[in-house]
Design a protein around this ligand. Structure first.
Ligand code: FAD
Length: 389
């Protein structure tokens, strides 16, 4: 029977980048087994039958990075279109820039601040600093950063809806990821490189997987074929959830937050017609059932369409595993899974990517992580070891 130097579970970014490296740099054969019926993992996008617009099946994806090596890598597999992502929050009947910047603070606190020094001084005045031990949860972190009123207006409800728990019960790093600006900069990210693949993420990902040494099987769960493939993979790269791999270990399951998407098509609005003022709007108020609304037509590289589509998101505990839930229980449990994974590495099984590491990775971090892991594994391979055939 056929053998491969490397088998990869998952055709997302992590699996795709590792496969590409082994095939193009090491000239090794790779088999990718993907349980979904498409490539590109959570970045997957497609053309909507009803409107002709390109939508992401698992939520909007905005590429941004400060890493030049990652930017150089991604450009090799397709054309990219410059795009600064901007987000608005809808609160008390108006749209304001989010993350909070000087304009947002002026609007909600009725101020006339100008420039970084004034804004920083104002933020210092309204903030409630954390104690000497630092901020121990998301409520403390955000009140220390934007003050109680802005916390109540923009953070509390959104976090409750998104995570299903009060911010006081969540790790400080959850809201700590949201920046606050002391100027009028309304870009959501500040990284140097911000762009979208002109023909969509799926087409771009197809470029990553195009080496003829890569075999791809879609719609097949690894756990259904692993017995059949026993002894036929030189090494295994696993990019699925780590607790699925160790399902027989007796350890409890890690918990994830999932999302549900509701599509609202607005037909015949005109080629230049839009539903909302920008790509992405946050809805932090509890009275609104959804958290975020995305209008894909604002993205560059979209096909021309006489229609538009808005996709609204709600969060829940069930469904596809999207966001790891950072809390002490999961941190401790993941450490146990990680210890099992470290032992598995001795058998040539390596855990790569956001689900295997139980860690939220932005796309650039997932790519950088995969590139580094490939470099490490490549260095560790005995020189001259013949590829398995
Ligand atoms: P995944 O994309 O999840 O790929 C893992 C693959 O493994 C999946 O295709 C899965 O089906 C497959 N798999 C799992 N188990 C098995 C099995 N047993 N057998 C076979 N196949 C299996 N990043 C940004 O930089 N910008 C953004 O704007 C952004 N927005 C995001 C929005 C949402 C809602 C989410 C959830 C993530 C977002 N990300 C964003 C992060 C981005 O999606 C990740 O960085 C990226 O998906 C990581 O790739 P991965 O390959 O590690 O994981």
């Amino acid at each position: 029977p056929r053998k491969w130097d490397v088998c990869v579970v998952g055709a997302g970014l992590s699996g795709g980048v590792i496969a590409e490296r082994y095939a193009t740099l090491r000239k090794q054969s790779v088999l990718i087994v993907e349980k979904r019926r498409h490539i590109a993992g959570n970045c997957y996008d497609f053309l909507d039958d009803q409107t002709g617009l390109r939508l992401n099946l698992y939520g909007p994806h905005n590429f941004h990075t400060k890493l030049t090596n990652v930017w150089d890598y991604v450009k090799r597999f397709g054309r990219w279109a410059h795009y600064y992502h901007k987000k608005l929050a809808w609160s008390e009947g108006r749209f304001v820039p989010f993350p909070l910047n000087t304009e947002t603070l002026n609007t909600i606190y009725d101020q006339h601040l100008m420039g970084a020094n004034e804004t920083a001084a104002f933020l210092a005045k309204i903030a409630e600093p954390c104690g000497p031990g630092g901020c121990s949860n998301s409520e403390q972190q955000s009140v220390a950063s934007v003050g109680r009123a802005a916390y109540n207006q923009f953070y509390r409800g959104y976090t409750l809806k998104q995570w299903g728990v009060d911010p006081s019960q969540l790790d400080a790093l959850v809201t700590g990821r949201i920046s606050v600006r002391s100027d009028f900069d309304n870009r959501y990210f500040t990284d140097r490189y911000q762009s979208q693949p002109r023909d969509g993420y799926t087409r771009w990902m197809a470029g990553i997987l195009s080496d003829p040494l890569i075999d791809l099987v879609l719609g097949v769960d690894w756990f259904d074929v692993q017995q059949r493939l026993a002894g036929r993979c030189g090494k295994l790269i696993f990019t699925g959830p780590i607790d699925h791999y160790f399902a027989d270990s007796g350890l409890p399951k890690l918990t994830y937050r999932s999302l549900r998407f509701e599509k609202l098509a607005v037909l015949n609005i005109g080629e230049h017609g839009y539903y909302q003022p920008g790509t992405s709007v946050n809805y932090p108020e509890m009275a609104v059932p959804f958290t975020r609304s995305t209008e894909y037509k604002h993205y560059p590289g979209q096909p021309r369409s006489n229609h538009t589509v808005v996709v609204r998101e709600t969060s829940g505990a069930d469904g596809e595993p999207y966001y790891p839930v950072p809390n002490p229980r999961n941190h401790a449990l993941y450490a146990k899974y990680k210890a099992l994974a470290d032992k598995e590495a001795l058998k040539g099984v390596h855990f790569v990517g956001r689900l295997a590491n139980y860690k939220y990775f932005n796309m650039d971090q997932a790519i950088d992580n995969a590139l580094r892991i490939f470099d490490g594994l490549d260095r560790d391979s005995a020189p001259g070891r013949p590829p398995v055939k």
